[in-house]
Design a protein around this ligand. Structure first.
Ligand SMILES: Cc1cc2nc3c(=O)[nH]c(=O)nc-3n(C[C@H](O)[C@H](O)[C@H](O)COP(=O)(O)OP(=O)(O)OC[C@H]3O[C@@H](n4cnc5c(N)ncnc54)[C@H](O)[C@@H]3O)c2cc1C
Length: 398
């Protein structure tokens, strides 16, 4: 029998699934649960409907198939075609959900020392059906004449990848999930009540209590705080990362999203470029301060080395945001955690959460509704690898 909703302040309010956090990931879970089983009641608890500090609207928007782990490639193989159709699929009342999709490609460039690694990843990508092209340094120079390739060994170009507007993705999932009957509650989860080896209810800052059969922790960079509510320590930490906007005074040919092994990552945006150099050396914490010297000291030299046209570039804005960084192995943790069978984690994306929101949203919905994965087997991304002490890392550019 399905639980009944009661709604009176301070009294139990029942639903089937509580999703904690309504960013792109939580909203995707809500959408897929309602899509796959309209009868399942879904309640998304999001403390800030303006998403002022959420990671999703601060993301760069890159979507790519260039990974080494089959699971990440499969997630992209599901998610990118999903983004192709997003405007239509997420339309509400006939209004399309435009996400500003630009399929201008991705380009991974590596020094000679990383050629073999890049080749292994390239082979895996090809085996999994990705459209990818191997470029030697001279071919790279031919395709992108502005690029300094003197220190490069090779590159992989994926022309069907690109970027999109993250906030529009979030709102598209959110609006569609609501139109399918998902309920959004603007409140903060401040506690979780246990009953034996399960979570029984979520306590909200307003004093409400929501009892449910299943709970999904989709709180992104704040996921560890939710886990702490059930006395669970997780290696997911908030990691500050800047997205800079800058222009070039000299013309450069049209570029794809460019990434290298030193973590320089940037793409065209309007009349300029958007990107940065994320670093794992950053102290963990909820830090939204901006260090104005970072661009000049770290990003600019990397840009000017790769494209001499950036010698005279200026940074006109810097946006700080948080990665939900999984310090165990840099990959998402999905599924039930530490023997609490109805408490599911979906965080730790470490910079890939936007592009994998469709694939992981669907996977989580399958897990909730059927107890297993139906579309992509993400078993290896589960909690067990932490128990076993066996990290599952991306190899090469991350
Ligand atoms: C600068 C930058 C660039 C990035 N570039 C890319 C990229 O190019 N491609 C890509 O795929 N990814 C990128 N990412 C990563 C991506 O932004 C994240 O992986 C993704 O947005 C995570 O989505 P989320 O829904 O899990 O988190 P969020 O969007 O942060 O949503 C979590 C939500 O949980 C809510 N919440 C937290 N605690 C509570 C609570 N107690 N109660 C209720 N609600 C709560 C928060 O308010 C928040 O809205 C980038 C990130 C940054 C910072």
């Amino acid at each position: 029998m399905r639980p009944v909703r009661r709604g009176t302040y301070g009294r139990p309010v029942n639903t089937d699934v509580v999703v904690i956090g309504g960013g792109a990931v939580g909203a995707a879970v809500a959408y897929f649960v309602k899509l796959l089983d309209p009868a399942t009641k879904v309640t998304v608890v999001e403390r800030d409907p303006t998403y002022a500090l959420a990671s999703t609207p601060r993301a760069s928007g890159g979507i790519r198939r260039l990974f080494s782990l089959p699971e990440n490639i499969e997630l992209s193989n599901f998610s990118i075609p999903f983004f192709d159709e997003f405007a239509k699929t997420m339309a509400v009342d006939g209004v399309p959900a435009d996400i500003g999709l630009k399929k201008h490609g991705y380009l991974f460039i590596v020094p000679p020392s990383d050629r073999d690694l890049l080749k292994r990843n390239f082979d895996t990508q090809q085996q999994l059906g990705c459209t990818v092209a191997w470029l030697e340094a001279d071919e790279l120079k031919h395709r992108f004449p502005s690029m300094n390739v003197t220190d490069l060994g090779a590159a992989v170009h994926s022309p069907e990848d690109g970027w999109l507007d993250p906030h529009s993705v979030l709102m598209g999932f959110r609006n569609k999930a609501k139109s399918l009957g998902a309920e959004y509650v603007a409140d903060e989860v401040v506690g979780l009540e246990r009953r034996g080896s399960s979570v029984a209810s979520a306590l909200l800052a307003s004093g409400e209590r929501i009892a449910a059969a299943q709970f999904v922790n989709a709180a992104g960079a704040w996921a560890k705080d939710i886990c702490a509510m059930v006395d669970l320590a997780v290696p997911i930490e908030p990691l500050r990362r800047y997205e800079h906007y800058f222009e070039s005074q000299e013309p450069i040919e049209p570029l794809p999203y460019v990434k290298d092994t030193a973590r320089l990552a940037f793409r065209p945006e309007g009349t300029g470029y958007s990107g940065g150099v994320p670093t794992l050396d950053e102290p963990r914490g909820y830090n939204f301060d901006v260090d104005r010297t970072y661009f000049d000291d770290v990003v600019w030299p990397a840009l000017a080395h790769r494209f001499p046209q950036f010698e005279r570039t200026r940074c006109t804005s810097t946006m700080p945001g948080l990665y939900d960084q999984n310090d165990f192995d840099g990959n998402v943790i999905i599924g039930p955690v530490a023997g609490i069978g109805n408490f599911h984690l979906l965080s730790g994306f470490s910079g890939h959460g936007l592009m994998h929101a469709p694939g992981c949203g669907r996977a989580m919905a399958e897990l909730l509704l059927t107890g297993g994965y139906r579309t992509i087997d993400l078993t290896r991304f589960g909690w067990q690898r932490l128990v076993d002490g066996t990290p599952l890392r991306e190899q090469g550019i991350i």
